[in-house]
Write a protein that binds this ligand. Sequence first.
Ligand code: CP
Ligand code: NVA
Length: 318
Amino acid sequence: MIERADMGAALEVILKKDILTLSDLEQTDFSLFFQRAQELKSRHKKGICEKSLAGKTVGLIFEKPSTRTRISFEAATAQLGGTPLFIQAGDTQLSRDEPVADTARVLERYLDALVLRTYSQAMQEEFARIASIPIINALTDRFHPCQVLSDLFTVIEFKGGLSGVKIAWVGDGNNMAHSWINAAAKLDFTLALACPEGYMPDAEILSAAKAVAGDRISVTSDPVAAVSGADVVNTDVWASMGQEAQAEKRRQVFAPFQVNNELLSHGAKDVIVMHCLPAHRGEEITADVLDGSRSVVWDQTENKLHMHKAILEVLIAG
Ligand code: CP
Ligand code: NVA
């Protein structure tokens, strides 16, 4: 736990220093991030220049490719007056078996925060255990917390809040699905997941969340049931990074889970469609839906910039 920087009376909150999963956050933390992301977005649109990260250095080490998360974290740092330093994990001594603990001890001497994209969640937990600086999960095989944080912010923008909103997840029970499940345990919305048999979310993650959220979280293998009356329909790639060898098999298994106009006809009249991107038109989502009037994906992707600024400010500004 650390005391966050003073950014005004409304934001005087104590926050844990790492964001490894959304289970790390309390409701007040979510509120703080949503409020600050909204303020930063509005000020950005007015051309107001913030320098809240002046003198701060944010490292990013990625084992997997990234367009949005990397560039929005780098841009967020730079626009707030800090310095981002990106390095592919393969270019560090981690790739030559330098221990994570030694790397963490080194990097805490150079950096104010470290943004990590790794295959393993355990690796990030070890970084967090050793390093005194905040560790921010920019995706693992298990979770994608910062993405879902900014996606929740997008839902609030479009639906006016989360309370009473039904969000459908259609597709793989993957890292994104896990972070949505974690979020539903903390915040008051309904989450209906539709995943093929054999591709369901992790049972432990699900049962821990359902112990808190009860019937607000449901899982089915029937996409129509999940989308029925939904205010938001959310999907993701069928084969995540690292699953390329399974892509062909997954295309067959997941075919009935495509987000298309027929499926959306079961949603609420003003249903919106979300996708964290990258998207594969004609696979998990049709081109007419992704590029159509119900899609909010470009606002969704923009919000990563504003939310990442909020995260960095809350964790290291001041
Ligand atoms: N949504 C998302 O995390 O995209 P990138 O893989 O491009 O960062
Ligand atoms: N589930 C996807 C998310 C990409 C942002 C993956 O892990 O590749």
